[in-house]
Design a protein around this ligand. Structure first.
Ligand SMILES: [Zn+2]
Length: 66
């Protein structure tokens, strides 16, 4: 069985392949994750991707290179 950390990593991979994919929240498994990309003002080649669950408020931030 996957740990929650591994599920977050898997969710990140799925979203990287298909930004519109619906991924179930690794914490509560009740709601799909919402994704928000935020550009780093100080470094335009870097992007922060926030995966957020509106149900249980869990969130995980990935730092991406473009
Ligand atoms: Zn949740």
């Amino acid at each position: 069985m996957l740990t929650k950390t591994q599920k977050w990593i898997e969710a990140g991979k799925l979203i990287a392949e298909n930004p519109d994919i619906k991924v179930l929240c690794p914490e509560c498994e009740q709601n799909n994750l919402e994704v928000q990309d935020i550009r780093n003002e100080h470094n335009s080649s870097e992007l922060e991707r926030i995966m957020y669950c509106p149900n249980c408020k869990a969130r995980n931030i990935l730092r991406l290179k473009r």
